[in-house]
Design a protein around this ligand. Structure first.
Ligand code: BGC
Length: 408
């Protein structure tokens, strides 16, 4: 139920909307999408085979992280989410690269020295080749292999990590890599996808244990891609797969929400996508969706971090209003009792968008992939004011669809 009182506090009054003290503001990245020159994982191998695009230098973030984080700091971010590349850290089973660990040590140190809270993802879609050749996430021993890697990382880097994100989007990864077979290892079996999903959740639990062995007070969660599903049984089934099932199976200190989608069903069929278009039609703009998802997550009574939210918008025409309208819905959800403690825009930089290669631009900062020149987009400045003020300015935007629907 939407709480009427909170809606009175709408952002059209002229006062702006303040977020709770200590709210974390930042952006997210993942290693394979930005670092460049990663050759030893399953995506690189699939790239060499011509089954997916190659990354090449990506955003060359491996060498340019200092400049990139300086820009994030200049834009008033106080937190950053990144991922570690498992294949760089453990290039062969059980053999760890001290050089790579030293690199990530420097990266995390740089963030801490510059006042950022650190969110570290341990698995963001890519696997070392030795792991995939042993059956990857379909191997029942997967969580043991993962646990060994997590133990090493925790011992080496744990003192620099504020929040751990064990696995990124287990449901989406299992569905695309093992169900639809669009991503490595290109399997097409929903039965297998279901097994992989469960093994990924088991791996999360294993990582949760391992991290807490070394750091009993560590804060550990995973990032789940949750859509706003509405309309009958099909929506209930999607909610079960995305929310109820995984959270019932896992231990969590917080919930990490990656939010992009809404799915409307009618008589079991998916309806046309509603909402304004972005550069990629599967990502329409529908701000009310994030409110509804946060409302559903309230019952877990855990802090929530929005670990990803963003849009492909190369010309930066819609990003500013997207950010403002989504954040205004997040604010409503907070007022209605959702314990949201932070927001990470996807993404800090333009980057490698998986099977789509470099076609779509999600960055607050544009990257010219020929020259690696960075340009801060206008919307990044608008977001920067929000980060600095810990709140949204009074809205002079057209009403979002969610707001219209709710009669604001
Ligand atoms: C993934 C990112 C991806 C983004 C946009 C998320 O599901 O975690 O890696 O770039 O969506 O497609």
């Amino acid at each position: 139920m939407i709480n009427k009182k909170s809606l009175k506090n709408s952002n059209k009054s002229g006062a702006g909307l303040k977020f709770p003290a200590g709210f974390l503001w930042g952006a997210a990245t993942s290693a394979y999408q930005v670092e460049g020159e990663i050759e030893n994982n399953d995506w690189a191998e699939a790239g060499r085979q011509g089954r997916v695009p190659k990354t090449g230098l990506a955003s060359d973030h491996y060498h340019r992280y200092e400049d990139d984080f300086q820009m994030a700091k200049y834009l008033h971010h106080n937190a950053h989410r990144l991922s570690l590349e498992w294949s760089r850290i453990e290039p062969q089973a059980g053999k760890f690269s001290e050089e790579t660990l030293e690199h990530y040590h420097q990266v995390l140190n740089f963030l801490k020295d510059n006042g950022f809270a650190t969110f570290v993802t341990l698995h963001h879609f890519t696997n070392p080749l030795w792991f995939s050749s042993r059956g990857g996430w379909a191997n029942p021993q997967a969580s043991q292999y993962f646990g060994n890697y997590v133990a090493k990382v925790t011992q080496s880097l744990g003192h620099l990590v504020d929040y751990w994100v064990t696995v990124n989007e287990p449901c989406l990864y299992a569905g695309l890599s093992y169900g639809r077979g669009q991503w490595p290892p290109f399997h097409r079996s929903y039965l297998k996808a279901w097994r992989v999903y469960k093994l990924l959740l088991a791996a999360h639990n294993r990582a949760y244990e391992v991290i807490h062995q070394y750091f009993p007070k560590a804060l550990v969660g995973f990032a789940q891609n949750i859509a706003y599903n509405h309309g009958g049984l099909a929506a209930k089934l999607s909610d079960y797969l995305e929310i109820d099932f995984p959270y019932r199976q896992t231990n969590n200190d917080f919930l990490g929400l990656n939010h992009y989608f809404h799915r409307k069903y009618r008589l079991g069929f998916r309806m046309e996508r509603e909402g304004a278009q972005t550069d990629w039609k599967i990502f329409p703009i529908y701000p009310r969706a994030i409110y509804e998802v946060l409302r559903k997550l309230k019952k877990y009574n855990l802090p929530i971090y929005i670990t990803e939210n963003g849009l492909p918008d190369a010309r930066d025409l819609k990003r500013e209003s997207y950010i403002k309208s989504y954040l205004s819905e997040v604010h409503h959800a907070i007022r209605d009792g959702a314990q949201v403690r932070g927001y990470f825009h996807w993404s800090l930089l333009d980057n490698f968008e998986w099977a789509e290669g470099y076609k779509y631009r999600f960055g607050l900062i544009a990257v010219d992939f020929k020259t690696q020149k960075r340009t801060i987009r206008e919307s990044a400045y608008a977001y920067s004011h929000i980060c600095q003020d810990n709140g949204l300015p009074p809205l002079n935007l057209p009403l979002s669809k969610g707001e219209k629907e709710r009669g604001l």
